[in-house]
Design a protein. Structure first.
Length: 340
């Protein structure tokens, strides 16, 4: 049970990035599939090179934010459609992730052994050219081969004692709180206004390019951070670990919004967290008992996509019903349809 909640929290953290891009900035950003794997690949590589886990995660966050900024730059400066710009950056990141990991996957090292040897003079105890030049210079005493073992300290223990759950909860609480405070600032308010009315915001002197770069950078920073956390949690990074994350993130956001109907908690940032836990719980149940109805693990992406289509379709039907109701009322009491 703890494992389901922990994985749901990581999924929810990733879905916050999807929430920012789709709900706040109102842009369909497909860079997510690439930045999730980028965060995992870079975090594991930096961690294996000797950096501690917090610094590795921070650099992964910055790398993901940079990828989001690149997508925004291609969209605004080069006039490339945001969907195509996301696909282009995602394609670039596939090759970059392979370069970072030097292969399709990279496990987190547990320990490494390094050894060092002395020079010939130190090992042999004499200078090989001493006889040639008739030198009797003193030679350092020979040194033995030294061996040193290094242990890598992962922040996740992988034990069902609640420590990993507490750590994940703290990370998410800090991230959501800081993001919520930012969205209450003037710049954050402008960012939310940009998603609602980009042209109207530009009339106040705030350029669309700045808001686009800020929004997509923030979104992909969350996604990349979640990828790094997932890599540390699972013990490895893989180049395909971000495949289909955009669809999963959308499903998680929708589940959370359904559960938190008309409840604005820090601008809805907690909805993806709750949705991630519920989605992961549903996934675990389906994986465990789905075989009885012929369900396969490969069917999960199909069912997730169908769920998104169903939720969107239900929303459109509900909207049309409300509009028809307003039309009838305006016809009965106003003699026509109001143009206000």
């Amino acid at each position: 049970m703890l494992g389901i909640v922990e994985q749901g929290l990581i999924l929810g953290l990733m879905s916050i990035g999807v929430f920012v891009s789709f709900r706040i900035v109102n842009m369909a950003d497909l860079t997510v599939d690439g930045t999730f794997a980028l965060g995992g690949a870079l975090c594991v590589r930096l961690f294996s090179l000797g950096l501690n886990a917090p610094i590795s995660l921070l650099l992964s966050l910055l790398a993901g934010a940079s990828a989001g900024v690149l997508t925004g730059y291609l969209h605004r400066k080069l006039r490339i459609n945001v969907l195509l710009a996301g696909i282009l950056v995602m394609t670039m990141l596939y090759s970059i992730n392979l370069r970072i990991m030097d292969g399709p996957n990279l496990p987190i090292p547990k320990s490494s052994v390094s050894s060092s040897l002395g020079t010939y003079e130190q090992v042999a105890g004499k200078d090989p050219l001493a006889d040639l030049f008739e030198s009797s210079a003193p030679v350092a005493k020979p040194q033995k081969e030294t061996t040193r073992q290094r242990t890598y300290q992962n922040i996740f223990r992988g034990m069902a004692d609640g420590q990993d759950l507490f750590l994940l909860s703290v990370i998410i609480l800090i991230g959501v709180t800081l993001t919520g405070l930012f969205l209450r600032t003037e710049l954050g308010t402008a960012l939310r206004g940009f998603g609602t009315n980009p042209s109207g915001l530009e009339s106040f002197g705030l350029p669309k390019t700045l808001m686009t770069l800020l929004g997509l950078g923030l979104a992909n920073g969350f996604v990349s951070l979640a990828g790094g956390i997932f890599a540390l949690y699972s013990g490895f990074a893989d180049v395909t670990m971000g495949q289909g994350m955009i669809v999963t993130g959308l499903a998680v956001v929708m589940v959370g919004e359904i559960l938190l109907v008309k409840k604005k908690i820090v601008y809805g940032l907690f909805a993806p967290i709750l949705g991630g836990i519920v989605y992961q719980g549903i996934l675990a149940v389906v994986m465990r008992y789905g075989y009885r109805i012929g369900f396969r693990a490969s069917d999960m992406k199909l069912l997730t996509a169908i769920f998104i289509v169903a939720v969107i379709g239900f929303g459109l039907v509900s909207t049309n019903k409300r509009m028809k109701g307003k039309f009838r009322l305006s016809t009965i009491f106003g003699g026509g349809v109001s143009r206000d």
